[in-house]
Design a protein around this ligand. Sequence first.
Ligand code: HEC
Length: 409
Amino acid sequence: MRTLPLQSHSSPARLRAGILSGALAVTLAACGGGGGGSAPTATAAAAPSTLSGTAVDGYLQGARVLLDVNGNGLADPGEPTAVTDAAGRYSLDYSQVASPLAGMRVIVTGGIDTDTGYAFTGMLTARADVARSGQLVSPLTSLVDALVARGLSLDEARTKVAGALGLTVADLATDPLAVLASQPGLYTRQVALQRAVQLMASASQGNETAHQAQERVLGALAAVIVAQNGPATVGEIVARANASQAGVGRELAEAIEDTLERALRTQGGHASAKASLKAMDQIRHEMESSHEYNLGQAASRLDQRNRTTAYSGLTGSAGRSEAVNTLTSRDRTTATVSQPASTAGRLLASNCFQCHGTGGVGGFERIRGSDAAEVKDYLRKPARSDIMAAHAQGYTNAQLDAIIAYLKQ
Ligand code: HEC
């Protein structure tokens, strides 16, 4: 068991905010009471000096919880810490913290995600609220925290995050596992978000720690949300982030949401969702450890290794069964092409695939992505001498725009 901070702190002077002894805190509370006749000791005793709540992705067990008094992101001597129990619950004793708690960060790292049984390698944060109990620390509060880091007030940040995801502000403080039956989307959004963040962080970690990289990715998502009007899916928000592998992050988030929603609708419910999430984590881990950020290929490799088709089923089913194509290009290399989420323009673009390959990959050149707009260059070339010009000129401008929008995804 972790020693209580009360017993372990040795150098209170190191904390910017300062720490008062329990006795002194009581005295100050009594003096600040306004000098009425009411019993000051009763007031002091009634005010709880613990900050308690729940750390949830799935519930995190054995995770380390820190009240970051001096805001440096690190556990310093004397700063309250706690370890979560099997239901993700923690209780921080802040009796020795002198400054107001509001705005301090609660930081959760490590432990086991009880939904998957895997080590939790992410970091969840939340701003301590005036309420002393029931403080949720979750992927959504981490996102709120990232908006606060960009200068928004806690209330503004909550309103923005809730609006961006089509939730209410109250949802952000609701334990998603407690309302799993009535509001499965609250759970599926968070776990999808958390995994997309960790995947994108791992894709560009460089010299940062994993947690620093995750904070950076959350910052990129916060920028998207600040600029966003109206609700969007986790996948859409992730896709717009200025972070590497945002496209794969989106695919992962969408595959997780699809898979879990389906699992939660079945008889198995949460148990079945846990199994699916575990498999999705294996696929994510396969991408992170191989540094090959391709959902379909990671799933196929796991299937080959385990002699199953289950992993590919998870990344490819629920209306996504035809979404991943394996093709052999003209230079005889094989590639996996994931079809973009929006199919608007796809039928028009299918004509282009006769020469450029499925999804615009595997033909003459890759025309998918930023190159797509170059098709308009062919409108100015004589069609007689250029097969591509002849082809492009068969479309109206609006049709070409639809094709470009499809290929750019
Ligand atoms: C009949 C076969 C054919 C069809 C159909 C076709 N293309 Fe092409 N495309 C080519 C060839 C061949 C080239 C390369 C030669 C050239 O640059 O003229 C090319 C080149 C391109 C390029 C430039 C690629 C680069 O990196 O230089 C783009 C962009 C492009 N095509 C987009 C499209 C789009 C969009 C469509 C559908 C509207 C389409 N193509 C349909 C044959 C085709």
